[in-house]
Design a protein around this ligand. Structure first.
Ligand SMILES: Cc1cc2nc3c(=O)[nH]c(=O)nc-3n(C[C@H](O)[C@H](O)[C@H](O)COP(=O)(O)OP(=O)(O)OC[C@H]3O[C@@H](n4cnc5c(N)ncnc54)[C@H](O)[C@@H]3O)c2cc1C
Length: 349
C-alpha cells in the first residue's frame, strides 16, 4: 500500500481548522498555513446557529466549546428606528463563544491530532495546485452597489452592564446593522456590518460606529459602557456576492468561496459544514481512490447543492435588512411578520 498523499490547507480559520481536524481523524497527513496566530480576536458576531453545532459535535468539538463557557442564546429581537420585532424564541439555541477562544481551541485540537500548523506563515503563492485547499477567508472587494462594506467588532468590558431584552439584538442603522449578544464569560459582543457611501456622514471612531445614531435604542443600550480595548478589530473590503464552487479553479471552502450575509448568523456554520462535506472526497484522494480533479469536482458539487439556495435567500434577507422599506411604514409589518421570521431560519440553514 502506498503512503497517503498529503493535503495542504491555506488558512487556519474555522473552515481550515475543522477540515484539518476531520482529515487528521481519517489519518490524512495535513499541513495548515496560517498568516496570523492564536488566540486572536476576529470580526464576528460569535453566534453559531444551525447545522454547524451538529458538525462540531461529530468532530468532538462541542464539548470543549461548552467547557470554555459558551453561552446558549435562546431569544432574538430586531430593531429598526422606532420599529421593533417581538422578542422571539430561536428555533434552536445558538452557541455563542468568542473567536478568541474558539479558533485557539480548534488549533489546539488539530495539533493534538498531530496536524502540522505553521502560524505567522502567509501563503504567498497564487498557485493552489494538487492537494491544496484554499480556506483563507473573505475575497476582498473594493465596493458593492456603490457601498464599501466593512466589519467592526468589540467586546463590552465585564465591568459595564448592558441590559438586553433578547440574547441577540440586531439593530439596523443607516450604515448597515449592529448585533449585540452575550458570549462566554459574561461578556457582550458588539459587531457591525457597516458601509460607507460617498457624501454620507461617517462617525469619527470605531466605538462611534458601533454605538449607532443619537436617539437610537442601540445608543441607549451602549450608553456609557466601556469596550475592552484589546478586543477591537475590523475588516474591510467585504464582498457578499454569492459564488458557485463549480465555477472556481481552486478547491475553496468557507468565506474563500462565498460569504453569507452576517444577518443570517450562519457563516461559521457554513464554514464547519463545508469542511465536513469536503472531508470524504479529500480522504479518498489522499488514499489514491480518486484523482485530484475528481475530488475537487465532487467537493464543488456537494458545496453547491448544500449552499446555493441558502445563499440566495440570505442575499434577499440582507437586502431587506438595509432596505429603506424597513425604515418606513412596511417596517412594523416586516418586523412582526412570523413569515419573515420563519424564512430567516428555515431557508438560510
Ligand atoms: C461583521 C461580521 C459578523 C459576522 N457574524 C457572524 C455570526 O454571528 N455568526 C456566524 O456564523 N458567522 C458570522 N460571520 C461570518 C463568519 O465570521 C465567517 O463566515 C467565518 O469566519 C468564515 O470562516 P473561514 O474559515 O472561511 O474564514 P476565517 O475565519 O476568516 O479564516 C481565514 C483564515 O485564513 C488566514 N489567511 C488569510 N490569507 C492567508 C494566506 N495567504 N496564508 C495563510 N493564511 C491566510 C486568516 O488569517 C484567517 O485566519 C460574520 C462576519 C462578519 C464580517
Amino acid at each position: 500500500m502506498s503512503a497517503p498523499k498529503p493535503i495542504t490547507i491555506v488558512g487556519g480559520g474555522l473552515a481550515g481548522l475543522t477540515l484539518g481536524i476531520g482529515l487528521r481523524q481519517r489519518d490524512v497527513p495535513v499541513t495548515i498555513w496560517e498568516a496570523g496566530q492564536y488566540p486572536r480576536h476576529r470580526v464576528c458576531g460569535e453566534f453559531i446557529s444551525g447545522n454547524g453545532q451538529a458538525v462540531l459535535a461529530r468532530l468532538g468539538m462541542l464539548q470543549p466549546f461548552e467547557n470554555a463557557g459558551a453561552f446558549h442564546a435562546r431569544t432574538a429581537m430586531f430593531i429598526c428606528g422606532a420599529n421593533r420585532s417581538p422578542v422571539r424564541l430561536l428555533h434552536s439555541p445558538a452557541l455563542c463563544l468568542s473567536r478568541y477562544a474558539m479558533d485557539a481551541l480548534l488549533a489546539e485540537a488539530f495539533q493534538k491530532l498531530e496536524g502540522a500548523l505553521h502560524v505567522n506563515s502567509r501563503w504567498t503563492s497564487d498557485q493552489f495546485g494538487e492537494g491544496t485547499v484554499l480556506a483563507a477567508g473573505r475575497r476582498a472587494s473594493a465596493s458593492e452597489n456603490g457601498r464599501r462594506w466593512f466589519g467592526i467588532k468589540a467586546h463590552v468590558s465585564r465591568v459595564s452592564r448592558v441590559s438586553l431584552e433578547a440574547d441577540l439584538e440586531m439593530h439596523s442603522t443607516a450604515a448597515g446593522y449592529v448585533g449585540v449578544n452575550r458570549v462566554n464569560g459574561g461578556e457582550v459582543n458588539v459587531c457591525g456590518l457597516l458601509s460607507t457611501r460617498p457624501g454620507h456622514h461617517q462617525p469619527a471612531s470605531k466605538p462611534d460606529w458601533l454605538r449607532g445614531e443619537a436617539g437610537s435604542l442601540l445608543r441607549e443600550r451602549l450608553d456609557g459602557v466601556q469596550f475592552e480595548p484589546d478586543s477591537f478589530c475590523s475588516v474591510a473590503g467585504l464582498s457578499l456576492k454569492p459564488q458557485r464552487a463549480a465555477s472556481k479553479q481552486e478547491c475553496c471552502l468557507g468565506d474563500a468561496l462565498t460569504m453569507t450575509p452576517p444577518v443570517t448568523g450562519n457563516g461559521m456554520s457554513m464554514a464547519f459544514e463545508a469542511a465536513e462535506l469536503a472531508c470524504e472526497p479529500l480522504a479518498d484522494y489522499s488514499r489514491g481512490k480518486t484523482d485530484w480533479a475528481q475530488a475537487r469536482k465532487q467537493i464543488a458539487r456537494r458545496l453547491d447543492a448544500a449552499f446555493s439556495r441558502r445563499l440566495a435567500w440570505a442575499r434577499f434577507l440582507q437586502w431587506m435588512m438595509i432596505s429603506p422599506a424597513l425604515q418606513t411604514r412596511f417596517g412594523p409589518m416586516l418586523l412582526r411578520s412570523e413569515w419573515v421570521w420563519n424564512l430567516m431560519f428555515t431557508r438560510t440553514r
